[in-house]
Design a protein around this ligand. Sequence first.
Ligand code: NOJ
Length: 762
Amino acid sequence: MLRKPILLFMLMVSASSAFSQAVSPAQQKKMDAFINNLMSKMTLDEKIGQLNQVSVGFDVTGPIVSKNVNENIEKGNVGAVLNTYTPDAVRKLQQIAVEHTRLKIPLLFGYDVIHGHKTIFPIPLGLASSWDLDMIKQTATIAAQEASADGINWVFSPMVDIARDPRWGRIAEGSGEDTWLGSQIAKAMVQGYQGDTYLNNDKVMACVKHFALYGAVEAGRDYNTVDMSERRMFQDYLPPYKAAVDAGAGSVMSSFNEINGVPASGNKWLMTDLLRKKWGFNGFVVTDYTAINEMIMHGMGETTYDVAKVALDAGIDMDMVGEAFLDNLKQLVKDGKVQPSQIDIACRRVLEAKYKLGLFADPYRYCNDERAQKTIMKPEFLEAATEAAKRSIVLLKNSNNTLPLKTTGSIALIGPLADDHRDMIGPWSGAGDWQKSVSVLEGIKKLAGNQVQINYAKGANITNDDWMIKRLGADQLNNDARPANEMIDEAVNAAKKSDIIVAVVGESYGMSGEAASRSEIGIPSAQEDLLKALKATGKPMVIILMNGRPLTLKWENDNADAMLETWFAGTEAGNAIADVLFGEYNPSAKITATFPQDVGQIPLYYSHKNTGRPYQGDFTDRYKSRYLDISNDPLYPFGFGLSYTTFTYGDVKLSSNTIKPGQLLQISTTVTNTGKYDGTEIVQLYTRQMVGSVTRPVEELKNFKKIFLKAGESQVVNFTISSADLRFYDINMKYTYEPGDFKVFVGTNSRDVKEANFKLTN
Ligand code: NOJ
């Protein structure tokens, strides 16, 4: 590609090529000098322009505000772009910025790279189920390689919102309900995207979102209100954001929700006192899409003039799409309502990000067509996607060892998701090319098509519900026009002539993700009717689930012989599912969000409080914390997932019954593979503080080990904990430990554990 030579900042201090993540004092000095020099030449308008992000191109998640984009870039009114990728498209816009603006300041290009860029990995809730931090990091590394080859230098990920309400469609985008695990995953993803250095152009800047507490929106309804005690915030919801910030995330995105009466995008306590002053964050904060403007609807001001001030005062640096900063900051300065120094601070943060990414030295360093062609969807990335998908698939049920299937006889492969491509890559799959995804039918044919007869029938549409069809759009659902009974009859006939049924059912990709809250979270009724008809044939039935949230699956659990939760498994879904179905891979994943029996139990999570009247199984005792019509139990508890083999746990052994602050307690147990298959087990460690200055949860995850055991093999699994692991926010909101009695639990999930006791002394 022939490029015009760019004479950047000819008279300026030269820009370094790019930054390593840990900024040395010398680098800092050089960067400061460069930016000071640049800013000394910038007009107020040009500084305000840096705080404006426009949407150009492919995806929108709200009103389309960005107009006259080229003209605006040329005027220096734009600091960043979202939704543009490919070297060519990026180059065109970058060229305007660096060849036609007065100061030639390059643009940032951000995009929603959530679970892969072109090679799509399982949705984040699926990836989390692998409990495989190295692998999760690797998926982010690959996403960064592809995205950066495709013109992008900034990704709106990781999404680290703790979510305990599966009605909220965006539970799909995060790691589930647990604070500790969510924090580990947040860190792994930031490291994967950013690496140690931007020196090579195969890394991108991460943007941790949605700051903060977005996963706790009331009633699981998107964009809704959050009202939460400070204790719960600090204890349960804030740590993953903090972990991402501590891992060096270069940017943070403000969330749509309000927090205790103040929207995040106008929340000074959140953005300045906590994020900057307490946590020491020194990157830049971008709002979510039009979130400043939305503060008018929240009731924080009457005009964009009002809310632009609220946002800047709070500590927001960049306005995503809303143009409230662009339209109002100059006037606000003229009116003496905001100080020029506030704009300087925000502008400097944005320029620093560009500097660190090496954009001043080479604005086109992420625009190389040849590299894009060589990098995107290369075979080893697809292999990694298959591996990630296999490690994310959860075996929820397997009576009489129905699975793995034999590669003989005949299979009725039924269901609207059985030969589907679009849904495989799930929600928030931005640039993913669904046409390249592998369907279950294709995966099974490839693996066993020569030995097994496959009788395929669609059997049902994902949903026939008129309301849902209108909401999602008929195109997305790709519905069959045949009457439901005709489709079911065809499927039943296929089942009757087969040895076993494999039914692939669940949600369409649009039924989870953003703006996809559901009040009922079961399998849509068109598919339930199909499952019931299939069950009536008396043939053994395996259910393969695809969905972006925990579902209510009581009937399915009672009636299926085996059940696999495959989430939306990504580009290689069909190949990974076939490997698991036929035992080429023994499933090992464990759910990281509780599956309730019924939507009425929500929020349901393992680390709940005990209450003064805990229900402990005495059915006749009415005055307990319980329901009249259902037990408190989940359908599948946090951490649950089966294997084709069985693991037994020995007693929990402790190195001592007491520890002092600073001392290590050794915890060990012997895990034995007592089944016929080699397999991987995720051994989980939980604790409970029995008495505290404030009440403590009945269980808290503290660690886990993922171990591989050959059939018949045993292994001693060791953990250590110390007083530091037992810290929490005490009655004075001090993060500390308290002496007293503790229980420690080790097990295969949060429910099936063995326990021991110890005391933390003074
Ligand atoms: C809205 C979403 O909430 C956010 O997650 C996303 O990054 C932005 N839109 C940009 O697309």
